[in-house]
Design a protein around this ligand. Structure first.
Ligand code: SAH
Ligand code: SF4
Ligand code: F3S
Length: 582
């Protein structure tokens, strides 16, 4: 690896003992002239694996690249710069990455300036960065989850030195505000509220890859959410590995319930949050969720196991009974609230009886949806050091039995939805059938229905007519043409240019001096007509002069000038509307 500059490499073992306080930076990203020159005419592509934290990182990296001048590539073949944003949560997440890296070899062969970056959680694992760089010579830059804000600097360095670069920081982590971002969706947005995780569940690698838990300042979260509401976003999801630990690190009584309520009050039509840890779930949170209709009644509450001993070994800090009483409390308070979960089977030495406890818990709760996983040992985590006596066959067998029980619960909820009407936020044409639209109901269920594509981004009522367990079919309960026309009318009412025009018009109509001028113009016009009829040419000419001077005075009145410019500003938009209606 002669041509590789290695700046930092990760050290997972130190993760738990790290205590450096997080700092907040407000970085204004300024691409170097060299990078801007390089980016001219070049296309970028980001391939993201893993959870929403990675998706949000992709949006920020896309924002930075676009600021430098790169444009999004329509295909893999055309990309001049590729970033593979990896996940390390399970072995199979990692396996996908090798194929992806190999795939871009041909881009590097075709284009000597091609740049391939690897980043994300997998790069935070010890040994991975160097190994990948050794195997795949077309890898240009490897960085981790803690320095995505330095992406443009790293690219600049790579271009200047022509050497590959490995820079994977490993520390508690900072918070960086003000980074540009290009959101992937124009109706639904993710907003980070916490970064990292302090729970150190014994099987999980996330605390090692994303640093200690740190909360964003309330003002920064509210500013971002307010902007999204102003831009017309229909749904905000507050993100964190444990959203309900929000604010604990401030040690001043700040809580998740507080920020959830503050965001709900901003008036976004739909507010979601993920993930909640059962351990930190407070009554105050329940009060807020129940109080605000725009907070979706859908709680993702990972249980992981239904057996107390396994939960203890996992380091989850709650018992089966704690969990079930929390579920009961949620249902008593909000009977319609959907509850979803994550479950791991085959934790080291899990017995058949312990597994049966998970099955019985699933039956008891009856989840609306569940993500089920076979335990995957993650190097560097405490559980990976336990010698395991459960065979892969038994693990797969338990997994299949679990999936069946989960399905029974899911279908009992979905059957109850048939015949009822739900509000659906339309994502657009469904993946399988472009004539069918799809979107999510408030309870997180996917519903398909027929309707025009223009409904994308709207929240519309759909009556469920058919249950297919993991998705529903339904019928739109409104006339889409009238709905869209009303939406257009409402949008026009809110349109600042139209509002400005109406205000200018009203001011001109109500102004007394202008009213007097209008009367004078009218009487001058009448007098001119009479004089023209009686052929009194001289008098006519003098009246006409008077009329023209009144007109000039009228047209140069500040309120009329203001009205004329308001009208001119509005015209291009009116032409667009007319064109759309044609
Ligand atoms: N912070 C969230 C989600 C973390 S990762 C939470 O605590 O719920 C998402 C899910 O991946 C976890 O809930 C868990 O079910 C699963 N998971 C994490 N580590 C795993 C491992 N080593 N093997 C299998 N599944 C794992
Ligand atoms: Fe992983 Fe546990 Fe943290 Fe979730 S709470 S990210 S499972 S360590
Ligand atoms: Fe994967 Fe990292 Fe998310 S390990 S699940 S991308 S936090």
């Amino acid at each position: 690896m002669a041509k590789t500059i290695i700046k930092h490499l990760p050290e997972m073992a130190k993760a738990r003992s790290r205590a450096d306080s997080p700092r907040t930076f407000r970085n204004d990203i300024e691409p170097s002239p060299r990078l801007k020159e390089f980016a001219k005419g070049k296309k970028y592509l980001i391939k993201t694996f893993g959870c929403q934290a990675n998706v949000r990182d992709e949006e920020i990296m896309a924002g930075m690249l676009e600021k430098a001048g790169f444009v999004k590539s329509p295909s893999e073949e055309e990309a001049n710069l590729v970033i593979i944003n990896t996940c390390a949560v399970r072995e199979n997440a990692e396996e996908k990455v090798y194929g992806e890296i190999g795939k871009f070899k041909s881009n590097a062969t075709k284009d000597p300036n091609f740049i391939l970056c690897l980043c994300g959680c997998m790069m935070q694992e010890e040994g991975v960065a160097v190994k990948l760089r050794e195997i795949y010579h077309h890898v240009s830059i490897v960085f981790g989850t803690h320095n995505i804000d330095k992406l443009l600097d790293m690219l600049d360095e790579k271009i200047a030195t022509k050497k590959s670069l490995i820079d994977v920081l490993s520390f508690s982590g900072d918070i960086v505000e003000n980074l540009p971002s290009t959101r992937l969706d124009s109706y639904k947005a993710y907003v980070n509220i916490t970064y990292g995780c302090d729970k150190f569940c014994t099987y999980c690698i996330v605390p090692y890859t994303r640093g200690r838990e740190r909360s964003r300042a309330k003002e920064d979260i509210l500013k971002e959410c307010k902007e999204l509401v102003e831009q017309g976003y229909q749904e905000i999801t507050l993100l964190g590995q444990n959203v309900n630990s929000y604010g604990k690190d401030f040690k001043n009584g700040t809580s998740f319930a507080g920020i959830l309520e503050d965001v709900a009050k901003l008036g976004v039509p739909r507010l979601r949050f993920m993930t909640s840890h059962p351990w930190d779930f407070t009554d105050e949170m329940l009060d807020v969720i129940a109080k605000y209709p725009n907070i979706m009644k859908c709680i993702h509450l990972p249980v992981q196991s239904g057996n107390d001993e396994i939960l203890r070994l996992m380091g989850r800090r709650y018992t089966r009974e704690d969990y079930l009483s929390l579920v009961k409390k949620i249902r008593e308070r909000m009977p319609e609230c959907a509850i979803t979960t994550d479950i791991i089977v085959g934790f080291p030495n899990e017995t058949e009886e312990q597994f049966l406890d998970t099955l019985s818990l699933c039956k008891e709760v009856g989840y609306d949806a569940a993500f089920t996983f076979i335990y995957s040992p993650r190097k560097g985590t405490p559980a990976a050091r336990i010698e395991d006596n459960v065979s892969p066959k038994d693990k797969h067998d338990r997994f299949n039995r679990l999936v069946k029980v989960v399905e029974e619960g899911v279908s009992s909820h979905s059957q109850k939805m048939v015949g009822k009407t739900y509000m659906v936020l339309v994502d657009g044409p469904s993946k399988k059938d472009s004539d069918v639209l799809s979107g999510y109901a408030e309870n997180g269920k996917l519903i398909h229905f027929k309707g025009p594509v223009q409904l994308k981004g709207s929240i519309v009522p759909v009556k469920v007519t058919e249950d297919r367990t993991f998705s529903m079919f339904g019928e739109l309960q409104i006339d889409p043409i009238l709905f869209l026309a009303e939406k257009l009318r409402m949008a026009m009412d809110e349109e600042p240019l139209l509002k400005n025009y109406l205000a200018a018009k009203k001011a001109a109509e109500e102004d007394a001096s202008l009213g007097k001028l209008r009367d004078e113009i009218e009487s001058a016009q009448r007098a001119m007509m009479n004089l023209a009829a009686s052929h009194e040419d001289e008098k006519f000419a003098s009246k006409r002069k008077e009329y023209l001077s009144l007109m000039k005075e009228y047209e140069s009145h500040p309120l009329i000038l203001n009205l004329t410019s308001a009208k001119e500003e509005l015209e291009p938009m009116l032409s667009l509307v007319a064109e759309a209606l044609r």
